[in-house]
Design a protein around this ligand. Structure first.
Ligand SMILES: Cc1cc2nc3c(=O)[nH]c(=O)nc-3n(C[C@H](O)[C@H](O)[C@H](O)COP(=O)(O)OP(=O)(O)OC[C@H]3O[C@@H](n4cnc5c(N)ncnc54)[C@H](O)[C@@H]3O)c2cc1C
Length: 543
C-alpha cells in the first residue's frame, strides 16, 4: 500500500513534468561582499525603525511578489521589501543600505519585460507605490508634478478632466509614469511630441549616497516650464539609467491638449515592400498634422487584439498586411477630417498601391468579437494592453526611417531563420514589427516583438538567439538600442569583446558612465549589475 506522502509527491512530480517547469525558483546565491546575512538582519531592523515596521518585510510571502517580472528571467527573491513614503525616507533607505552594505533595487510597478527590477543578488526592493501623489497639475502651462507611485491611468484621468493628456505608451495602464519616462516611454505620439523622456522638465532624485539632487529650472528658482539653465543642465542625468544612478522621487512632465475631435485614416498596403510605407510615414510626420502615427503589421493587430491564438490567426488573415495608423485631432470635426484628407493626398502621391479603408470596413474586418474602435481608444487614451499578457522579447531600435528599410528586412530574415517553426507558437513570420516616426520623422523607432512558448526551453533559446542576432544586426547597421542599454549591459560576457568592434564610439561613452556610477554609488548598491573590481557581470538578468 502506498503511503499518502508518496502519492502526493508523485502527483507533484507529474504536475511538474506536465507543466514542464524547467527550474524551481531559487531564492538567491550568497554574495561575498554585499548582502551578508548578519548585515541584512541589521538593515531590516534599522529600516523598520526608520519607516515603521509595517512598511518593511522579509516575509517570503511578500518578497516572492518581487522575484519576477514579465521577462523570462528566473525568479530571484529580494531579502527585504521596503515601502518609503517620502524623499527623506528614500534617502534614509540608502543611508542604511550603505552602512550595512546591502543592495537597493528601485521598483516602480515591475512590468518591465527585461528583468529590470529583478534583484540579482537580493537585497532591498525599494517599492515606491506609497508615493502616489499628483502634486500639481498646471493646466495653463500644461505640466504635472508627480511622485513615482503615480500610474498612467491615474495621471491620464486627471489630465483628461482638464482637457489635457500625456504621452502614453501602449503598456499597461498601471505602469509608473516616472519609471517609464526615465526608461524612454515609446509612444505613438512620438512623431509630434517625442518620447516621454523628452518631456521631462525637472526632477528630484535621491543619489545612492543618500544625497538629494534637484535638477531643472525650479532648482534654480525659475518655473518648471522655463528653459533649462543657467547651466550646466543636469535635467537629463538619470534618463536611461534604469535605477542604477539613484531613485527619482518627484518629476514634472509635460502634458498636451486633448483635441475635442479625432479622425482616423487607415492607409493599407498589401505588399511587404516597406519603402512606400516608410516614405508615407516620413511625409505625414514631417507635415506634423498627425497626432499619433505608426506602422502596424497585420501580425501586430492580431497579437494585440486577438484574445487567443485562434483569434489572432483570424485577425492576421483578415487585416491588410501593412497598415498606417494615423490619428488627427481638431477643435472641430471638420478640422480633424481636413487634416486627415490632406495626409491622405500625401500618401496617395507616394504610391497608387495604397488603399484607404473606411473605418466601418476596418471594423468589419476586425469582426464582431473585436471592437476595433474600443481597441484604438485603449491604444491612444487609456493605455491598456489587452492580449499581450505573456513574456516576450522586445527588440527596440532607433535610427533614420530610411535606414530601417534594410534593417527590418535583415531582422525578419534573422528571426525567421533562427526562430524556426513551432506549431505551438505564432509562426516565425509573425514576429511582429512596427515603425513609428520620431520628432517629425527626423528619426524613427522600430520594434519587433518575439513571442515564445515559455514552457519550451528550446523554443526560448531559439527566440533569444534570434532576438540577439536581430538586435545586434540592427546595431551593426547603425541603429541604437532604445532604452537604458549601457547601464544594463556593462560587463556582460561576450559583449565586452563584441561592442568595441560593433560600435567603437560607444566605449568612451561607457567609460564616462562607469566613472559617474563609481562616483555617485561608491559601494555599488544601487541596482548592482557589475563588479567594480573586475568590471564583470556575475549574474545575467537582462532578458
Ligand atoms: C505588454 C507590454 C507592453 C509594453 N509596451 C511598451 C511601450 O509601448 N512603450 C514603453 O515605453 N514601454 C513599454 N513596455 C515596457 C514597460 O511599460 C516599461 O518597462 C515600464 O516603464 C515599466 O514601468 P514600471 O513602473 O513597472 O517600472 P519598473 O519595471 O518597476 O522599473 C523599470 C526600471 O526603472 C527603475 N526604476 C523604477 N522606478 C524608478 C524611480 N523612481 N527612479 C529611478 N529608477 C526607477 C527600475 O529599477 C527598473 O530598472 C511594455 C511592457 C509590457 C509588459
Amino acid at each position: 500500500m502506498k503511503r499518502e506522502g508518496s502519492v502526493r509527491r508523485s502527483r507533484y512530480e507529474e504536475d511538474r513534468k506536465r507543466r514542464r517547469i524547467v527550474k524551481i525558483p531559487v531564492k538567491h546565491e550568497s554574495d561575498p561582499v554585499n548582502n551578508l546575512p548578519e548585515n541584512l538582519e541589521k538593515a531590516r531592523d534599522l529600516l523598520r525603525e526608520a519607516l515603521g515596521s509595517e512598511w518593511v518585510s522579509d516575509d517570503p510571502a511578500i518578497t516572492c511578489g518581487y522575484a519576477r517580472d514579465q521577462s523570462f528571467t528566473p525568479a530571484i527573491y529580494p531579502h527585504i521589501v521596503a515601502l518609503p513614503a517620502s524623499t527623506e525616507e528614500v534617502a534614509e533607505i540608502f543611508r542604511i543600505a550603505n552602512r550595512c552594505k546591502v543592495d537597493v533595487m528601485p521598483y516602480g510597478t515591475g512590468v518591465s519585460t527585461v528583468g529590470a527590477t529583478i534583484p540579482l543578488y537580493g537585497g532591498i526592493i525599494c517599492d515606491l507605490r506609497r508615493m502616489d501623489q499628483i502634486l500639481e497639475i498646471d493646466g495653463r502651462r500644461m505640466q504635472a508634478r508627480i511622485q513615482p507611485g503615480v500610474t498612467y491611468v491615474m495621471l491620464q484621468a486627471e489630465a483628461q478632466r482638464r482637457d489635457l493628456r500625456l504621452t502614453n505608451p501602449s503598456t499597461s495602464a498601471t505602469a509608473g509614469v516616472i519609471s517609464n519616462h526615465t526608461m524612454c516611454n515609446i509612444n505613438t505620439m512620438s512623431c509630434k511630441y517625442g518620447f516621454g523622456m523628452d518631456n521631462i522638465l525637472e526632477f528630484v532624485m535621491v543619489l545612492p549616497t543618500g544625497e538629494i539632487l534637484e535638477a531643472g529650472p525650479r532648482a534654480c528658482g525659475m518655473q518648471a516650464a522655463h528653459v533649462p539653465g543657467p547651466g550646466p543642465d543636469l535635467s537629463s542625468y538619470f534618463r536611461y539609467s534604469m535605477g542604477t544612478m539613484g531613485i527619482v522621487t518627484e518629476m514634472t512632465v509635460r502634458l498636451y491638449p486633448e483635441p475635442r475631435f479625432l479622425h482616423q485614416l487607415y492607409p493599407a498596403y498589401d505588399e511587404d515592400h516597406l519603402d512606400d510605407i516608410i516614405e508615407a510615414l516620413y511625409r505625414i510626420a514631417r507635415d506634423n498634422m498627425a497626432l499619433e502615427l505608426a506602422h502596424l503589421q497585420n501580425t501586430f493587430y492580431g497579437i494585440f487584439i486577438g484574445d487567443d491564438n485562434k483569434e489572432t490567426e483570424r485577425l492576421v488573415k483578415a487585416m491588410p498586411r501593412n497598415n498606417i495608423m494615423a490619428f488627427f485631432g481638431g477643435s472641430t470635426k471638420e478640422e480633424a477630417v481636413l487634416k486627415a484628407e490632406l495626409s491622405r493626398r500625401v500618401v496617395a502621391e507616394v504610391s497608387p498601391k495604397f488603399d484607404f479603408i473606411d473605418a466601418e470596413i476596418m471594423y468589419d474586418l476586425a469582426g464582431n468579437k473585436v471592437k476595433l474602435d474600443r481597441w484604438t481608444k485603449y491604444f491612444r487614451e487609456t493605455v491598456r494592453v489587452q492580449r499581450v499578457r505573456g513574456s516576450f522579447y522586445i527588440g527596440a531600435l532607433i535610427d533614420r526611417l530610411d535606414n530601417f528599410l534594410g534593417t527590418e528586412q535583415a531582422m525578419r530574415v534573422i528571426t525567421t531563420d533562427q526562430v524556426g517553426t513551432n506549431d505551438e507558437v505564432l509562426r516565425p513570420d509573425d514576429a511582429s514589427a512596427y515603425f513609428q516616426p520620431y520628432h517629425m520623422g527626423r528619426m524613427a523607432y522600430l520594434e519587433f516583438d518575439l513571442y515564445s512558448n515559455q514552457a519550451d526551453k528550446d523554443d526560448l533559446l531559439r527566440v533569444l538567439f534570434g532576438y540577439l542576432r536581430a538586435s545586434f544586426g540592427g546595431m551593426g547597421r547603425g541603429a541604437l538600442f532604445a532604452a537604458g542599454a549601457a547601464c544594463m549591459i556593462m560587463g556582460m560576457p561576450m559583449l565586452d569583446m563584441a561592442l568595441p568592434m560593433m560600435m567603437p564610439t560607444f566605449m568612451p561613452y561607457l567609460d564616462t558612465v562607469i566613472a559617474l556610477k563609481k562616483e555617485t554609488d561608491p559601494n555599488n548598491i544601487c541596482n548592482r549589475r557589475w563588479d567594480y573590481e573586475s568590471g564583470e557581470m556575475k549574474k545575467l538578468a537582462l532578458f
